[in-house]
Write a protein of this length. Structure first.
Length: 167
């Protein structure tokens, strides 16, 4: 929980801070919260920016269970039910993948600073992201709860990712 408290101070966007606060509020005292503790109705205004992935090991793969509408709009498609490496070429070598692996292996939240991102063949507007561990048994991370907030004022394009995600 100490790392999550540090992230509250480091986070640049209200949305990321709000999701971390929600995660802390459902966090049992001596173990990690699980999917069973997380109630989407507790974060209604954040849902559009949330991604919930299932974790598979050997090798690590992440299947999208829930994809917020702002994220789907930003990428121009809904990839709920798909593996990240099926949707994004080179995903296993990406920051997105390595941060999720870090969360799974450490059981600690991980903050993605508000910088521009890329997947092969696509540029992504600057966004801040958070990855939070969920463990049904309180120990083994089996879901990663993520949220991405596009940083305002980073593009003047009315059809750009920030405008689409934050309309």
């Amino acid at each position: 929980m100490a790392r999550a408290m540090e992230l509250l101070a480091e986070a640049q966007t209200d949305g990321v801070r709000d999701l971390v606060r929600n995660w802390l509020s459902i966090h049992p005292k001596h173990c990690l919260p699980g999917r069973q503790h997380f109630d989407p109705l507790g974060i209604p205004r954040l849902l559009k920016s949330v991604v919930l992935t299932d974790v598979e090991r050997d090798p690590y793969r992440f299947r999208v269970r829930v994809l917020g509408t702002a994220v789907a709009d930003a990428f121009g498609r809904d990839f709920t039910g798909k593996y990240m490496d099926e949707v994004f070429e080179g995903h296993r070598e990406s920051l997105s993948h390595s941060m999720r692996v870090q969360v799974v292996e450490t059981g600690l939240p991980c903050l993605r600073p508000a910088v521009a991102g890329t997947f092969r063949g696509m540029d992504i507007a600057p966004q801040e992201g958070i990855h939070l561990p969920l463990a049904t048994d309180g120990e083994t991370v089996d879901n990663v709860l993520s949220m991405f907030v596009y940083v305002p004022g980073t593009t003047d394009d009315a059809n750009g990712v920030w405008f689409l995600a934050n309309r």
